[in-house]
Design a binder for this molecule. Sequence first.
Ligand code: GLN
Length: 483
Amino acid sequence: MHTKTIAELAKGLRAKEFSSLELTQHYLDRIKQAEILNSFVTVTEQQAIATAKKADEQLASGEGGVLTGIPLAQKDIFCTQDVKTSCGSKMLDNFISPYNATVIEKFNQAGAVMLGKLNMDEFAMGSSNETSFYGPVKNPWDTGTVPGGSSGGSASAVAARLAAGATGTDTGGSIRQPAAFCGITGLKPTYGRVSRYGMIAFASSLDQAGPMTQTVEDAAIMLQTMAGFDVKDSTSVDLPVPDYRAELNNNISGLKIGVIKEFFAEGLDSECAATVETALDEYRKLGAEIKEISMPNLKLSIPVYYVIAPAECSANLSRFDGVRFGYRCENPEDLNDLYIRSRGEGLGAEVKRRILIGTYALSAGYYDAYYIKAQKVRRLISEDFKKAFAEVDVIMGPVTPSTAFGLGEKTGDPIAMYLSDMYTIAVNLAGLPAISVPAGFAGNKPVGLQIIGDYFAESRVLNAAHQYQLVTDWHRRLPEQFA
Ligand code: GLN
């Protein structure tokens, strides 16, 4: 059952090949057998079984939608009522949310089964899932390597088929980079397409939730449920949600694909470059036109991001003060001691580094030099994309400069870690949609292909990605150990 996609499982449920209860139990067993991956922070077994039984009743009376009875898992950044929401941090190790995030609420209404909450980098800060309070997650393709981050638990769980699909969030690449490292499909939607309500904030102008799945079709199915305006999130956009599956089968002959010259300059591993080239050849065969484009400001993405993201995080994380939420130190002497020790003991090193950098960048006297300057360059990066989309329909390129690296390999060198997002971050700065799809292997390690679209062009991105999956089978490969 676990090799089936969401679309196939939905058919199987209706054809009574299996029940949601059997399916859910099957995934719960797989989760137990794959504990070595450390993908889950919390497994919600009882709740999952109860939801599956309800789904079976609904299905028996001919009701329910495509996600009814489908076992999914949620990144532990989404608030879940009565279930621990840790965000990968000691700070929230004891936090039980009194309400559901909008995304969770929507999956509940769709009748999806929640198997549990997935491990992640602390407060979504990281590229390897090694900053989690709950320990690193392992990559099912090679358990000596990282799954990527920050949605490392999600990518690892879907790659090992411990859930039919999962949610992730992407502030600078955290859906696409782990999807590439683990050989799955991951979509970061346009900023504002999916509600951020109840999704613990890291950098509010960049954060966006999206699906992580085996196939593009499944990503379309999950996005259909996730997308839409939400009165509780003033940055969600009030545009109609198209039928994302409707355009998957459009012919892409004549599609204009831009390839960013600068992405193939220095820093890209030769096997990753060759894999992307081979994928582009597939597109040529499908009748697409490939055009080289230049985006001169993209090289500034990492420095700009590492001013803006820490600045926003320093503001967002000020709420974790030992008073209102989560961890509180023992026997504080006075209020200052309570703040200092609660934050000092409750937050990890990477999170503290970012809070310090962000506070510095926002301080009087430096605000103009760093924060305002970064915002100006951010605009230039968006302009580069705007010019590109006047000429091409989608942009394609690598997701990551290399394949999954070894556990511990980059933990001592934050800059090397930050560089793993060099091809993904510009998309967040501009607020565009982009997908990572499996495009091959370097040795036994998966390589991803990135497809970037214009604002709210998710349908076009999904269409281009789906057509590629129709002529390739990289997305159907499964790590041997978890077959
Ligand atoms: N790896 C990047 C960072 O550490 C992006 C994280 C993310 O997208 N949440 O900030």
